[in-house]
Design a protein around this ligand. Structure first.
Ligand SMILES: Nc1ncnc2c1ncn2[C@@H]1O[C@H](COP(=O)(O)OP(=O)(O)OP(=O)(O)O)[C@@H](O)[C@H]1O
Length: 415
């Protein structure tokens, strides 16, 4: 993840000049915090308290809470006019963050801070924003910024990607109930389920390359198309050419033409494994993955397909997608802080493993068994109650066998 440049520094303390006389404290910077109280699965009230405890040390914060029927972008635009802030901070899921980011397009001098609290937090993962609440709040006080491109799909701004067909079905299947139950795994379950049941369509495309040349054609048998500005590893289909670059002025456009449901599932799995470094190089694409970089792309589908924009359903094809270069300035970790955080995380992980390696391994195996049966449940027609009963039974069985093993060991030792 590359992040460079600098934004406004934070300082609010009194300063001494060369004569030793004290000058008045510099005015505190002003921040607007657009806060979604219901996003994710955490406690909104407690989260807000923890965030303000960090931010208010250095900036004056105006909190604007979102509501069910109010567009967060409109709230941000009103707050920009009312408070003329230096920083606008979006705290919520990807929907909230994307909408607030779009309100900052063309507002030079105002930087975007992000405190992720959603289910998937794909945006933060793609842009290298810390997932821990107070770490992310701390980054909002920093002076490191990264100027990134913003996409537009039929005029509507997006930061990550446009998904057509399969990708849109996956998002629609992972509804709030499923996300509440399974967290980020909801997307994996729904991805597996939809891969087996996917349908195909014909895509008519006009892609404009970086040199202005145009590629026009029709592709039959397509199950999914993605056009990405940025994407985290979990947006598997956007990784066909390697991780998209959010500041290169280009979209990564991918199309998938699987023969069967299993073919689709294994293609998704292959791209996923190579994206996380466990498979072949992304250059060795499976034969049913096609793609390239484009400055702009027009797509029409027969029959028309659903379209998802940064995780939100927005309608149907046809679409015209292009990028606005360097449209938003985002506050990010300094490379040093990012490295220190990663180092610290790895150290703690290694310590925990050295301390109780066996227990950790057992827990992982136990978790995998529960997930396995949940996936099986989702793929078959079991009801939610069936799945929960199945998972509970496996957990009980697992605990019982562990207790038996411990009892056996204790008996053996006492002899
Ligand atoms: N005060 C509120 N009460 C109820 N719903 C709200 C409120 N504020 C926002 N919403 C709803 O929250 C949704 C946006 O959620 P957001 O994207 O922030 O988080 P999420 O859906 O939990 O996370 P993710 O996008 O990562 O899955 C919108 O549908 C909006 O209507």
């Amino acid at each position: 993840m590359s992040a460079a440049g600098s934004g406004g520094g934070a300082d609010g303390a009194a300063t001494d000049d060369a004569n030793g006389s004290s000058s008045p404290p510099a005015a505190k910077r002003t921040a607007v915090l657009i806060f979604n109280p219901v996003s994710g699965t955490g406690d909104g009230e407690a989260d807000l308290k923890a965030i303000l405890a960090v931010l208010e040390r250095e900036v004056t914060v105006h909190v604007v809470q979102t509501t069910a029927d109010c567009e967060p972008g409109d709230l941000a635009r009103t707050a920009l006019d009312e408070y003329a802030p230096d920083v606008v901070i979006a705290s919520g899921g990807d929907g909230t963050v994307g909408a607030v980011a779009s309100a900052l397009i063309g507002r030079e001098g105002v930087v975007l801070g992000v405190i992720p609290r959603g289910t998937a937090n794909a945006l933060s993962a793609a842009l290298g924003i810390p997932t821990e609440l107070t770490d992310a709040a701390q980054v909002c006080l920093s002076s490191n910024s990264w100027t990134i491109d913003v996409g537009r799909c039929n005029g509507v701004p997006f930061l990550l990607l446009v998904g057509i067909g399969y990708e849109a079905d996956v998002v629609q299947t992972a509804d709030r109930e499923m996300k509440r139950k399974y967290g980020p795994l909801a997307y994996m379950f729904s991805a597996g389920q939809r891969a087996l049941e996917h349908t195909t369509f014909e895509v008519h495309y006009t892609a404009t390359a970086d040199d202005g040349s145009e590629l026009v054609g029709t592709m039959p048998g397509v199950a999914a198309v993605t056009a990405a500005n940025a994407a985290p590893w979990s947006s598997v289909l956007a990784q066909g050419l390697g991780e998209p670059v959010p500041d290169d002025g280009l979209l990564e456009v991918m199309a998938y033409t699987p023969e069967t449901g299993l073919d689709m599932a294994s293609t998704v799995a292959n791209v996923f494994f190579s994206a996380v470094g466990l498979g072949g190089s992304p250059d060795e694409q499976p034969v049913n993955v096609h793609g390239g970089k484009a400055r702009k792309v027009k797509l029409a589908c027969t029959p028309p397909q659903k379209v998802v924009l940064d995780g939100e359903m927005v309608g149907e094809t046809p679409v015209e997608i292009e990028l606005e270069r360097g449209a938003v300035r985002l506050l990010v970790d300094s490379p040093e802080l990012q490295a220190a955080r990663e180092h610290d995380y790895k150290e703690r992980l290694m310590e925990a493993l050295a301390d109780k390696g066996e227990t950790v391994l057992e827990k992982v195996q136990h978790g995998a068994a529960s997930i396995g049966s949940t996936v099986k449940g989702v793929f078959t027609d079991n009801t939610d109650e069936d799945i929960e009963a199945q998972v509970e039974a496996e957990v009980r069985e697992d605990e019982q066998s562990r207790n038996d093993a411990e009892a056996e060991k204790a008996t053996a030792e006492s002899k």
